[in-house]
Ligand binder design. Structure first.
Ligand SMILES: CSCCC(=O)C(=O)COP(=O)(O)O
Ligand SMILES: [Mg+2]
Length: 234
C-alpha cells in the first residue's frame, strides 16, 4: 500500500538516545526546582503541579507541598516516566537552554536528508513522549538548522501513550480528517518494537529503526538508517 503520510519518533530514531538522556534530561533535572519555584503562579505550571498530584493520588500517594511535588517529578525524571505534566515542564525548561545556545538538538544526517526529501511530497508528523513544545524547540534548534517547517504537526502523550493501540487510532483519525489518508497509508518510524506493535495494531505500516544492535528477528521491517527506507517498496 502506498505511503501518503509519515509519523516519526524522535529519541533513538531521528536523533541519538544520548542527546536526550545525557543532555536534555540532566538539564531539566538541574533546573526543575528553581524553575517551578520561580513560575509556580503561572497557570500552565500550576496545571502541571495539579496533574502531578492527581497522578500521585492514583498511586495512593499524596504530596503535601510544592517541594514534595518537585521531589516526585525529579524521581520521575530518574525513572524516565513519560508522565504528561513532567514532559510539559521539561519542554518549558529546555526552552531557555535552546535560546541561550547551551545545546542544539542532535539529528542523524540520514534522518535530516530523508525528512527534507519526504517533506516535499508528503505530510510529516512527529509522535514523541516529549511535549509538543519540546518537539518544536527540538527541531527548530537542531544541529542541521531549523527543521520545524518540514512538519505538518505534532503528537505527544496527550493523545495517549506510545505503546497503546488507541493512540495510533486517534492519530490515524486526525490524519484522515486533515489529509484524507487511511491508516494503511501512514508509515510510523520508531526504535521501540512495542510502539511499532501498537501502531501496527491500528493498521499503520511500520519500520523499526535500529541505530546500533539489529535484532535477529522482528515483526517489522528493520533499517539502520533512513537512507534505507524506500517508500516505493513499502
Ligand atoms: C522532544 S525531545 C525529548 C524527548 C523526550 O522527552 C522523551 O521522553 C523521548 O521520547 P520519544 O518518544 O521521542 O522516544
Ligand atoms: Mg524512541
Amino acid at each position: 500500500m502506498s505511503i501518503a503520510a509519515i509519523v516519526t519518533d524522535i529519541e533513538g530514531t531521528t536523533s541519538s538516545i544520548a542527546f536526550v538522556k545525557d543532555v536534555l534530561f540532566p538539564y531539566a533535572r538541574q533546573h526543575l526546582r528553581e524553575f517551578v519555584c520561580a513560575h509556580e503562579a503561572q497557570p500552565d505550571v500550576q496545571q502541571c503541579l495539579q496533574q502531578t498530584q492527581a497522578l500521585l493520588l492514583t498511586e495512593g500517594r499524596e504530596a503535601s507541598s510544592t517541594d514534595e511535588l518537585i521531589d516526585a517529578l525529579l524521581c520521575w525524571i530518574d525513572e524516565d516516566r513519560k508522565a504528561t505534566p513532567l514532559k510539559t515542564l521539561q519542554g518549558m525548561i529546555w526552552q531557555r537552554g535552546y535560546q541561550q545556545g547551551d545545546y542544539q538538538a542532535h539529528m542523524y544526517a540520514d534522518a535530516t536528508a530523508a525528512l527534507r526529501d519526504w517533506s516535499q511530497h508528503l505530510p510529516l508528523y512527529v509522535y514523541s513522549s516529549g511535549s509538543v513544545q519540546a518537539q518544536q524547540l527540538f527541531f527548530a534548534h537542531s544541529c542541521d538548522g531549523d527543521l520545524l517547517p518540514l512538519f505538518s504537526g505534532h503528537f505527544d502523550t496527550r493523545i495517549g501513550a506510545k505503546q497503546d493501540v488507541a493512540s495510533y487510532q486517534h492519530i490515524a483519525a486526525e490524519l484522515q480528517n486533515e489529509h484524507a489518508v487511511g491508516a494503511g497509508n501512514i508509515l510510523f518510524l520508531s526504535d521501540i518494537e512495542a510502539e511499532l506493535d501498537a501502531a501496527a495494531g491500528a493498521g499503520l505500516q511500520t519500520v523499526l529503526v535500529c541505530r546500533a544492535d539489529v535484532p535477529q528477528t522482528s515483526r517489522h521491517r528493520v533499517v539502520q538508517s533512513f537512507a534505507e527506507i524506500d517508500l516505493a517498496l513499502l
